[in-house]
Design a protein around this ligand. Structure first.
Ligand code: GTP
Ligand code: IMP
Ligand code: MG
Length: 433
């Protein structure tokens, strides 16, 4: 019996989906804990590729109870469509293997419009996924947002909640449209979204999700004394609104503690924190990126790693592995082990630079300062040119690949538990159990 948290240590897309799915093999319950449909978890299993935005990656294991926690902001359209598509692909999603917390918040059409509006007004664009995440968390903090619970309380209740919730959008949209006209901006006008429209939107999707909405703490209480619980993170430490690259961050707390909180499990009950990272770095959206590379090499890495956003299709920026970032995230995350993905991808380069320090204000440092954008990388080169093909154990990996992993362990001071040598769940090497 153990509670394990799976979190990202870089800028998202480290392969948390595949790590969480792998861990869910022996689990009783898996809880998706934070963020919303900004996430795109890819799982390759049973010869199929699944891309999930809101459903926990365990959903493809019908024997596991998959839950959406109170920390999530869920776009009900995307959720309902994902459930339908998964069912069409033969995945079992029934009352007995899936639940949505009645406390989880809703993302509605006006949140996406607000996301666009805030980006329009921002001098330095965040480059959000446009999924309405910031505005939904903002309204949650403002205590006007709707929760899953509200969908089940009848027409009068829902309409009255929507009326209150939409007031600020109506006000802002009108002002924004005046602004667009005044400055002749090439921005699409913000539509009037009336209460009736969002009410109808809710009605359209509620039939698919209503049976799953409830108090998920009952399932957690049951599972906690009986089997493994996996808390599935989204985004990452460096996108965390408190600990990451604020304001180039997401609007939630995807660090390990925020993830536990989003699931509804207290810190003393957590046994393992699995930090997921790639053997290099990728970032989608804007913000500081110390080890970013450009030109032909970046193009090569992007292609080899398939670095195109699961949610937006945007080409991701790529760079070498930044161990200063990983090491900095170690204690705030309370890491107990690491999962290093894409060891196959990075091995295709003959020489692999790894960032072991930053040059900052005339000094060499091994911490990440708040003004990270002022840092330059100090690299140590590793010998690459390896192939991980066919390896089933750490010992079967080429010596150079072993050296690379051993160095990560040594530098961060945390053991590597899993190594990804390809996207398929079968291409996972267990280093330490
Ligand atoms: P977010 O929640 O959106 O941050 O996503 P995520 O952390 O679940 O990762 P995502 O699935 O978006 O991106 C990881 C990508 O790398 C996917 O396309 C995976 O199939 C792929 N992948 C994961 N591990 C490996 C690996 O070891 N080797 C290779 N070649 N691909 C991998
Ligand atoms: P938002 O979460 O859509 O508001 O986007 C804020 C920032 O987080 C942007 O830089 C996004 O690209 C980034 N982001 C949000 N979710 C993910 C994710 O799942 N993977 C990678 N980047 C993400
Ligand atoms: Mg992703």
């Amino acid at each position: 019996m153990a509670v394990k948290i799976v979190v990202g240590l870089q800028y998202g897309d480290e392969g948390k989906g595949r790590a969480s799915h792998y861990e869910s093999k022996k689990a009783l319950v898996v809880i998706r804990a934070t963020g919303g449909a900004n996430a795109g978890h890819t799982v390759v299993a049973n010869g199929k590729k699944y891309a999930m935005h809101l459903l926990p990656s365990s959903i493809i294991r019908p024997e596991v109870i998959s839950l959406i926690g109170p920390g999530v902001v869920a776009d009900i359209k995307i959720l309902a469509e994902e459930i339908t598509q998964m069912r069409e692909a033969g995945v079992q999603i029934e009352y007995n293997n899936f639940g949505i917390s009645e406390r989880a918040h809703l993302v509605l059409p006006h949140h996406k419009q607000l996301d666009r509006l805030y980006e329009m007004l921002k001098r330095e664009k965040v480059g959000t996924t446009g999924r309405g995440i910031g505005p939904a968390y903002e309204e949650k903090a403002r205590r006007t947002n709707l929760r899953m619970y509200d969908l089940l309380q009848g027409e009068k209740h829902l309409v009255s909640k929507l009326e209150e919730n939409l007031k600020v959008y109506e006000f802002l949209a009108e002002k924004a449209n005046e602004f667009i006209k005044e400055y002749n901006l090439e921005e699409t006008i913000f539509p009037r979204i009336c209460v009736e429209e969002e009410y109808q939107h809710c009605l359209k999707y509620i039939s698919v999700i209503r049976e799953f909405i409830g108090d998920i703490s009952e399932e957690i209480d049951y599972a906690i004394t009986r089997g493994d619980i996996i808390i599935e993170g989204a985004q990452s430490f460096w996108l965390d609104n408190d600990h990451g690259d604020y304001p180039m961050s997401t609007s939630s707390n995807p660090n390990a503690s925020g993830t536990a909180s989003g699931a509804g499990i207290g810190p003393t009950l957590v046994d393992e924190v699995i930090g997921v990272m790639k053997a290099y770095t990728s970032r989608v959206g804007n913000g500081p990126f110390v080890c970013k590379i450009d030109g032909e090499v970046s193009e090569q890495l992007r292609k080899l790693g398939g670095e195109y956003g699961t949610t937006t299709g945007r080409p991701r920026d790529v760079g070498w592995l930044d161990l200063v970032m990983i090491n900095h995230a170690k204690n705030p995350s309370g890491l107990t082990c690491l999962c290093v993905n894409h060891l196959d991808t990075i091995g295709k380069f003959d020489t692999i630079p790894v960032c072991v320090a930053y040059r900052y204000k005339g000094k060499e440092i091994q911490r990440v300062p708040i003004d990270k954008e002022k840092c330059k990388p100090v690299y140590r080169n590793f010998k690459g040119g390896w192939s991980t093909k066919g390896a089933t154990s750490f010992e079967e990996l080429p010596k150079e690949a072993q050296d690379y992993i051993n160095f990560i362990e040594e530098y961060v001071g945390v053991p590597v538990k899993y190594i990804g040598i390809g996207p398929d769940e079968k291409q996972t090497i267990i280093k330490q159990s």
